[in-house]
Design a protein around this ligand. Sequence first.
Ligand code: GLY
Length: 337
Amino acid sequence: MVGGGIVGLAVAWRCRQRGLRVTVHDGGDDDAAWYAAAGMLAPAGETSFGQEALTALLVESASRWAGFAAELTAETGLDLGLDARGTVAVALTGDDLAEAHRLWAYREERDLKVRRLVPSAVRALEPALSPRIRGGAHIPDDLQVDPRRVVAALRAALGDAVVPGRVGELPAGPVVVAAGTGTAALTGLPVRPVKGLVLRLRGEPGLLRHVIVGYADGRHVYLVPRADGELIVGATQEERADFTVTAGAVLELLRAATDLVPELAEFQLTETVVRHRPSTPDNAPLLGRWRDDVIVAAGHHRNGVLLTPVTADLIAGLVDTGRPDPLLEAFAPGRFA
Ligand code: GLY
C-alpha cells in the first residue's frame, strides 16, 4: 500500500481482515488531507448538482460508517467521536436561502431527508445562531467523526504493518496507490491539489449541538463542534498548491462563522491548518485497477473521510478476489485517458 492516509490505512485494515499480508508506506501527516478534515459525514450536506454516481456512492458509504466505526472501536478500544445528531443548514440572507432551497430540492429528489425550518425553529435547535438568519433545515441523517482519532485507531490496528517514509516510485508487485495528491507523480493520473484552510477554535462546550452548514452572504462555511469544546471552521477552496495561511482567508472564514454565530468571536483561535484535497477532473474519486499490478484509491476531493468505509470495502474486495464490484464502474482510474 502506498499512502498511509485515512483511505490507505482503511484499505490496508480491510485487506488484513481478509487474511492478506500488507505493508503500508506512510508519507506522514505534513501534507495529509485527513489532518485538516473536520469529519463531516454529510452526503446530503455536500453533494451538488449533476453528480449522480458520486451521490449514490456517498450515500452508500455514509450507511457503512456506523458499522465501520463500531468494528474499529471494538478492535482497538479507541473512541472515534462518531456523532449522529445531524446537520443544521442555515441561510443568512434571502439570496442565501434561495440558493439553499435549490440544493435542498436536489437532495430531496434523491430521497435524502431534508426538514425545512422557519427561523424560529432553526434557533430552537441551535439557540446560539444569529437572530438575522432567514431560514434553515435539519438534515437528520448526517454524521460526524473525528478523522484524527480514526487515523490513530487505524494505525493502532495495523501496528508494525505501517512503515514511515515516502516512496519515490511504485514498489514492485501488487500495489494499491492511495497517495492523495502524491498519486499524480507516482502514476501520471490527473490528481490535482485543491487548497483548503481550516481553523480550530476552542470555547464553551455545547454552544452548538449540531454540525452547522452555513450560507452567509454568498460565502459557504461549516462549523463542526466536538464534545470537548473544540470547534472546527472550514473551509476555503482554492485551485492552489501552497501552504500559506493568508489573513484574507482567515478573515473570510471567521466573518462567515461569526455572522452566523456571533458568540464565536469570544472563542480562542487555537490552530490554522492548510491541506490539499486530492481532486480529479470530475471531482469524483479514482477507484479500481489501473495497470495489471496497480490498483488506485485516490482523488476523493471533498469526500475522503465520508468515502473511507466504502472505498476500503470495495478496494480490499478487488485486491482479494480480483473481481470489481459493480459500484466501482463509474470511478475507473483510466476514465480520463
Ligand atoms: N468536506 C469538506 C471540505 O472538503 O472542505
